[in-house]
Design a protein around this ligand. Structure first.
Ligand code: ADP
Ligand code: MG
Length: 260
């Protein structure tokens, strides 16, 4: 059984260090939630794992078992079994979803079977099959883009999926279908999931084994599923050392009377 191993991962963007030593292990078949305040570096973490250009890796390792991913281009990381559902999926004019998926399947498989899998996956998450012929994500609503990411996951069957706010932009019914589909994939094919979110509602269908609190560039605390509910009630105050306003040199209360 495979494990996604992140060790001492440090990365900078535009000269400032955003990831300050991330340690995380996700065994296949498990769901690990990553919850944290805005701007804490969650998307940066997902981008650095997937190999998006523009980030400077300062140290550490990201492996699937003993295969180091950090020295590989993104397509080879995907080939090794990694999948990223982006917070803001990219629009790709001129490339139909069907063609993208046909070109992306990991092992050479019967194209007819892949076509059939696309049809089945679209049906499972209530996604119109007309989207298969349309250019990737172009003019799709936020929710449709998230269904699109989920369909890709179902067809490609990665070993590990990073879901960056898969729940954002989805209405309750779509959220139920999409999170249920990912949960099924953990059971049907032993998918390992790193699910980044603000809201515990994602976890009504998608059952987390471990919940991690991510703040200030690293994992601050890990616990069971109950931690997700607790976080939603109490917020992240406990883990945030310097409020954004203070670190920017602004007064705590911008409306306070300066003469008072
Ligand atoms: P989160 O997903 O937790 O809300 P992000 O990873 O998107 O946070 O961002 C973390 C920090 O890095 C933020 O302060 C953000 O402004 C900064 N950042 C992210 N990407 C870039 C970039 N390309 N250039 C400059 N700053 C960036
Ligand atoms: Mg983000």
């Amino acid at each position: 059984m495979s494990t996604l191993i992140i060790e001492g991962l440090r990365a900078a963007v535009d000269g400032s260090e955003i990831l300050k030593g991330v340690d995380l292990e996700v065994p296949a078949g498990e769901v690990h939630a990553v919850m944290g305040p805005n701007g804490s570096g969650k998307s940066t973490l997902s981008h650095v794992i997937a190999g998006r250009p523009g980030y400077e890796v300062l140290g550490g390792s990201v492996r699937i078992d003993d295969v180091e991913l950090l020295d590989k281009p993104t397509w080879q990381r995907a080939e090794a079994g990694l999948f990223l559902a982006m917070q803001y999926p990219t629009e790709v004019p001129g490339v139909a979803l069907r063609d993208l998926l046909s070109a992306s399947v990991r092992t050479p498989e019967d194209p007819a079977e892949i076509g059939e899998r696309m049809r089945i996956e679209a049906e499972r998450i209530g996604f119109g099959s007309q989207f298969l012929e349309r250019p990737l994500n172009v003019d799709l609503s936020g929710g449709e883009k998230k269904r699109n990411e989920t369909l890709q996951l179902g067809v490609l069957r990665p070993t590990f999926a990073i879901l960056d706010e898969l729940d954002s932009g989805l209405d309750v019914d779509a959220l139920r279908m999409v999170s249920q589909r990912v949960e099924e994939e953990t059971q049907e094919h032993g998918l390992g999931v790193l699910a980044i979110t603000h809201y515990s509602r994602l976890f009504e269908q998608l059952k987390p084994d471990v919940v991690h609190v991510f703040a200030d560039g690293r994992i601050q605390e890990s616990g069971g599923p109950e931690l997700a509910t607790e976080l939603e009630e109490t917020g992240y105050e406990r883990w945030v050392t310097a409020p954004a306003a203070a670190s920017a040199g602004l007064p705590d209360d911008p409306f306070a009377d300066p003469l008072a």
